[in-house]
Each structure stands twice: as C-alpha cells, then as structure tokens.
Design a protein. Structure first.
Length: 232
C-alpha cells in the first residue's frame, strides 16, 4: 500500500499509513508516525535526534536516533534533502497538506499546522510554531520559540526574531510587518470587511494586542491562537 524505494531506509519504530511514497536514499528513523498519501523526496531525513548539546546521542548504529518522536499527518509533500528532527521536550509535529520544499530544516519540537508552505532552504529553529496556512519564502529563518500566525506570509531571506501576527505580511532582517496578507485572506474566504479592517491596522502599525481586530468575522479564531502561542 506504500511505495518505498529500494535504497530508502526505514529504521526503528516507524508507523506508516497507506499511499505514502518514499523516494531514493530517504531515511526515516523512529519514533515516527506518518499518515496517508505523503510524498517524501530523495535524501530526505526524518527522525534524527534533536540538536541539543546535552542530549544523549545514541551509540548503536543500528538504532541511530532517539527522542520524543515525530508525527506527520496526511497529504504532505516533503521534498529533497529536507531534515525533520525528533522532538526534545514535545513531539515534533507536521499536520496535513503541508508543502516543504527542498533543503528545508524543521528542528525539534516544532509544530507546522495544516496548509503551510515552506519554500526552499527555510530554517525553523527549535519550538517554532507555524499557524495554519502560513507561507515562508525562500531562505527565511525563524528564531527558536517564535510563532508565525495563521495565514501570515514571510518574505524570502527574512530573519524572524519576533512573533508574526495572523494574516500579516512580514519581511526584512529582522522581519517586521509591512501590511496585511490580503491575498491570503481572500483565499481563506475571510469577509471583505475583515480584510479591509485588517489591512488598515497592519498598514498603520501593529502591537502585541491587536485589539482593533477583535470581533471581526473570520479572524477571532486566528487571534485567539495568536494570543495563546505568542504569549500576548
């Protein structure tokens, strides 16, 4: 029910659903759980130990990993030479319908919610969380424990050192908000009034509370998640 290339390696406690494709030279080291219909490209590495200096790296070549586990949902595309590391304090988690382009890096304890896009060479440090539908451009880097809100767009080459609110458009080094991701809001089906109000707030300024956006139709859930994960 799964298509696994003869040169791929599945090591340890790995659970696969159905319809998964695992390409040449890909390595999956448990504990890892994958859902259905995922596509994993050449040379991808899923399940290396968390990159923590004090972590007890395993010495058994037959079981070259350890950690808190990785859970990957369904219908994800994980392109060539992507690296996804085991959890440290929590499970590293990728939800559904995520597109991860080549050579990207997802560190320990990250959460990538459904529908996110990571362009080539995106780097997520430990404990980063991406809200549903977030879009990170080529070579963007996110500092540890940062939260990129639902539907946010981060420009290529940006260095994210602060939390990015939902449906914001941010870029630069360090990345700052430069307006609303109105295209993303339209694609998400948010009402025109919500898009217009959000665009006005993000164009003028944004702060850690975003009280001006409270009560807007279609945005309340994203704001609640923003406050919960961004600590505001």
């Amino acid at each position: 029910m799964n298509s696994i290339h003869s040169t791929a390696q599945i090591i340890g406690d790995v659970s696969l659903g159905t319809g998964n494709t695992v390409g040449p030279l890909a390595v999956i080291i448990g504990p890892v759980t994958l859902g259905d219909d995922n596509w994993i490209g050449t040379g991808a590495l899923i399940g290396a130990p968390p990159e923590v200096r004090g972590w007890g790296h395993p010495r058994d070549a037959a079981q070259p990993s350890s950690g808190g586990g990785i859970v990957i949902g369904s219908r994800n595309t994980i392109r060539e030479y992507v690296q996804i590391h085991q959890g440290w304090q929590e499970v590293t988690r990728i939800e559904d319908d995520v597109f991860v382009m080549n050579q990207s890096y997802i560190a320990h304890d990250c959460v990538v919610e459904s529908g996110c896009t990571l362009a080539s060479s995106v780097l997520l440090a430990g404990h980063v969380r991406l809200g549903a539908g977030a879009n990170l451009g080529l070579g963007a880097s996110v500092h540890q424990r940062r939260y990129v809100g639902e539907g946010a767009m981060v420009g290529m080459g940006s260095i994210v050192t602060r939390n990015i609110p939902p449906f914001a458009k941010a870029y630069g080094n360090p990345a700052v908000v430069h307006g609303a991701n109105t295209v993303g809001m339209e694609r998400a089906g948010l009402p025109a009034a919500t898009i217009s109000a959000s665009a006005a707030v993000y164009a003028a300024r944004h702060d850690a509370t975003l009280v001006e956006l409270d009560g807007l139709n279609g945005l309340s859930g994203a704001l609640a998640e923003w406050r919960r994960h961004a600590g505001s």
